[in-house]
Write a protein that binds this ligand. Structure first.
Ligand SMILES: [Zn+2]
Length: 482
């Protein structure tokens, strides 16, 4: 194994990669298949650059031997498949590839990402993997490996191999080789910049994952998408024909002498003699880690259990056949109005409801309802799920005649949204008040048995709140006791 690391380090040095003097790359003895880990020999200061990788050393669709022949795909599954093709081809070139010193340090068999468990092309006959696939049936892992566009991601990968990759790879590169490369891309690739896109970044991919990471990768994303230049280039002039990029050597004249690197930077001080960790996404759940990286953490506070709209509706109907669900359109209208209202701010005082920490893109596209219609690892309901259930409850009350009857007739009008937003504000106010009333003095938990002194109205409200929380298993016993 030492010789593998020595070859990697020699190749890194030859390609201008600089490592912090206190950094040591070692094997992770416990792991199979083989993997590397990074350790500190001495104290490393905050903001120190622990590894600096010139962009000329990274392996991307743009830098590989097959560049110009691989159909480009800027993001998503397409970019993973294109990079898998580039990587497959370089691996097949063995010592002839200019990345050989790096490639020889990668795991020698497919990374056991959950997507490939039990797949004979990836792992041969693998009874463990086949059994493991039965364990993930109906879990968040199964949901994670479903593609957004279709139900079977693996079919899409196979289709790409048979329709595109096969014709650009040496004959000996079978679907097994391609799935091996895909598992490496899934578990190790980084988004680098507007030119290279998703890339294999030598050394940077040797750091293992924890949520509270020591280091992170920084790259200048905004480079010329046509030639990769960090500084002014010929493409900055609008009259330059874009086809000229196809004949441009990205390593020579076009890329200036400004050092353009991907840098691993310490975002906290690193003590001596400890493993140095990166994060593969600060909010990754175990389901996502297992699906795309092939491992899970022992206890992960990012875990959630989610449902899509159809599943929530199904669950509601099975517990209350007369429930009336809002259309997705009216739900979203009410949700956005409510979240931007002052009345929703009281949500922050609730211990039963939380706001998922979403980045703007996720919030905007509202992709994958199950990522927001969920409960978290503290058995709190997401505010998105709470609003959905609250609207359903309001619709029920309308049907029972206990809420303004004409509300239901004014469907989707501005007044309707306004009325519901006000109603949600009032309900959340009451819920927070109730939570405070029911919480024990040490603030540990809410116990409905503590409510002996409560008024009948308070008890009724408590039951309804508990009912709405029956999705969070942790609260289920509270409902039964009431
Ligand atoms: Zn350019």
């Amino acid at each position: 194994m030492d010789s593998i690391i020595q070859s990697l380090l020699r190749w890194s040095s030859d390609n201008g990669i600089r490592l912090h003097p206190s950094l040591r790359i070692r094997t992770n003895d416990s792991d199979a298949p083989r993997s590397l880990a990074v350790f500190s020999d001495a104290f490393i200061k905050l903001n120190d650059i622990v590894a600096s990788i010139p962009k000329s050393a990274i392996l991307s669709v743009k830098s590989c031997t097959l560049a110009h022949r691989i159909p480009s795909a800027p993001y998503g599954l397409g970019s993973q498949l294109a990079l898998s093709l580039a990587l497959s081809h370089e691996i097949a070139q063995a010592a002839a590839s200019r990345w050989h010193g790096y490639l020889q340090s990668l795991p020698t068999s497919a990374v056991p990402i959950a997507l490939l468990w039990g797949d004979h092309d990836a792992f041969g006959v693998d009874s463990d993997g086949e059994e493991a696939t039965t364990w993930i049936t109906g879990t968040e892992v199964e949901r994670a490996v479903r593609s957004e566009e279709s139900q079977n991601l693996l079919d899409e990968i196979r289709h790409y191999y048979h329709s595109v990759a096969k014709y650009l790879l040496p004959r000996r590169c079978t679907i097994s080789h391609f799935l091996y490369a895909y598992s490496l891309v899934s578990s190790r690739a980084f988004m680098v910049d507007a030119y290279h896109g998703l890339s294999m970044v030598p050394i940077a991919d040797a750091f293992n994952h924890v949520t509270e990471n020591h280091v992170h990768l920084e790259c200048d994303y905004d480079v010329c998408p046509l030639c990769g230049s960090l500084t002014e280039c010929a493409h900055d002039r609008e009259d330059t024909p874009s086809y000229s990029s196809e004949h441009m050597d990205w390593q020579s004249s076009c890329v200036s002498s400004v050092p353009d690197t991907c840098d691993m930077i310490a975002n906290r001080p690193i003590p001596p003699s400890s493993e140095v960790f990166n994060t593969y996404g600060a909010r990754r759940s175990n389901a996502s880690l297992l699906a795309w990286y092939g491992f899970a953490l022992d206890g992960n506070e990012n875990d959630t259990v989610g449902w899509d709209f159809a599943e929530v509706v199904q669950a509601l109907n099975s517990s209350n056949p007369s429930s009336v669900e809002p259309s997705q359109q009216s739900y979203k209208a009410v949700l956005h109005a409510w979240l931007s209202s002052i009345g929703s701010m009281v949500t922050d005082d609730s211990r039963l409801v939380y706001r998922p920490d979403l980045d703007d893109a996720e919030e905007r596209s509202f992709a994958g309802p199950s990522t927001v219609l969920c409960i978290n690892s503290d058995a709190q309901l997401s505010v998105y799920l709470w609003v959905y259930l609250a609207i359903c409850a309001a619709n029920c009350e309308i049907d029972n005649g206990s809420v303004e009857a004409n509300l239901s007739q004014r469907t989707q009008s501005a007044v309707d949204v306004e009325t519901l937003v006000a109603l949600l504000g009032a309900v959340m106010d009451k819920q927070v008040l109730l939570e405070k009333t029911m919480s024990t003095e040490d603030g540990e938990d809410i116990d409905l048995d503590q409510g002996n002194h409560m008024t009948t109205e308070g008890r009724g409200l408590a039951c309804r709140v508990a009912y709405r929380h029956h999705y969070s298993g942790a609260r289920r016993d509270a409902r039964q006791r009431s």
